[in-house]
Design a protein around this ligand. Structure first.
Ligand SMILES: *Cc1c(COP(=O)(O)O)cnc(C)c1O
Length: 352
């Protein structure tokens, strides 16, 4: 008996359509990190079937793998052109999101018709051409000769905080910088950026997390459909006397006669160790607390108050307790919960 991860491809398709309907422009699908841990080989074609025509990965190897399941779609690589790898971009028909004058020069040196995006730095300070580099380009436009520049993009620092003035500053700066590239299309918003209002809309949106059910509007109701459900069977139930402890270092001590259920899911499965004595699972509709530490392959829950028996399933991630809720208990983000989900679950793709 193993834990099972149900991934609702129909919900991902619904989420893509919902996001696409938010704005007049085009909507890409960000499928980096194996589609946020959910499986790019399954998620990519499901998004394509919903109408998505452009995909973003972070790494070249991710894009090469995606090309095998998406033979005809545009695939762009956010982390840019890696040194000495232009031939692979060409062989697999991949588009680099160029982030420096050096990458621009390397891509031109590959010397054919060269589709590319340019990443403009507006405050994130991770990737993208700086103001100084853009000034060099403005002086010498021939540096782009031969390139087929399809989009200029930027990435928001705090899109999930609508009140943060940095959003407005980045948008203005980006619009100003983009004027240097007349006729070239623009791309600004990630998932949360799409909810900042119409003046953040551009020709292309780049949602990732919201496709996978993560709330793009933290603090407000989640407009996205639920995608990921993780259930695990109870391996054993132990009856504890008051005063007995559970797990490593005996961090949890029974205050009453207790029934403790053991699940075969641990931190090696992405069920974070930081959840010790904090997480909630569900037995049907009833929340039950994690007790003791999270081990590599096992966790323990207090099922004293529910009629659980060995073999019954507990829900670790579900509509009542989604990745954002578990993340709050672990002190991390829903993004990290999803991308940490391990390879030992039985994965089922449903709904497509
Ligand atoms: C990861 C990423 C996205 C998608 O962000 P979400 O918050 O998951 O929607 C968009 N653009 C860039 C540049 C990214 O790195």
């Amino acid at each position: 008996m193993t834990a099972r991860l149900d991934i609702d491809l129909g919900a991902i398709q619904h989420n893509w359509r919902l996001l696409d309907a938010l704005h007049p422009g085009e909507t890409a699908g960000v499928v980096k990190a194996d589609a946020y841990g959910l499986g790019a080989a399954q998620v990519g074609p499901a998004l394509a079937a919903a109408g998505c025509r452009m995909f973003f990965t972070a790494h070249l190897a991710e894009a090469v793998a995606l090309r095998a399941v998406l033979p005809g779609h545009k695939i762009a690589v956010l982390n840019g052109l890696f040194p000495h790898r232009a031939d692979e971009f060409l062989a697999y028909d991949l588009i680099p999101v160029l982030g420096s004058l050096g990458e621009v020069a390397d891509w031109r040196a590959a010397a054919r018709v060269l589709p590319c995006f340019l990443h403009l730095e507006t405050g994130m300070h991770r990737l993208g051409l700086t103001l100084a580099e853009l000034a060099v380009l403005a002086e010498d436009k021939s540096r782009l000769d031969g390139l087929s520049l399809e989009y200029v993009i930027t990435h928001l620092v705090a899109a999930d905080a609508p009140g943060d003035a940095v959003n407005e500053r980045q948008k203005r700066l980006f619009r100003e910088l983009a004027q240097q590239f007349p006729g070239v299309k623009t791309s600004i918003g990630n998932s949360s950026g799409m909810f900042l209002g119409a003046d953040f809309h551009a020709d292309l949106a780049r949602p990732g997390a919201a496709l996978y059910g993560i709330n793009p509007t933290p603090g407000r109701p989640n407009p996205m459909r639920h995608v990921v459900t993780l259930t695990a069977p109870i391996l054993q139930i132990h009856d504890l006397e008051p005063g007995e402890t559970v797990g490593y270092s005996g961090e949890w001590r029974a205050a009453r006669h207790s029934r403790i259920a053991t699940l075969g899911v641990g931190y090696a499965d992405g069920y974070h160790r930081a959840l010790a004595n904090k997480a909630t699972a569900y037995f049907d509709d009833t929340p039950i607390p994690l007790v003791g530490r999270v081990s590599m392959d096992l966790t323990t829950f207090d099922v004293t108050d529910v009629p659980a028996r060995p073999g019954d399933m507990l829900t670790l991630l579900g509509p009542r307790h989604d990745a954002d809720a578990l993340a709050a208990q672990a002190g991390t983000s829903g993004y990290e919960i999803l991308t940490s989900l391990g390879g030992r679950f039985e994965r089922r793709y449903i709904g497509a």
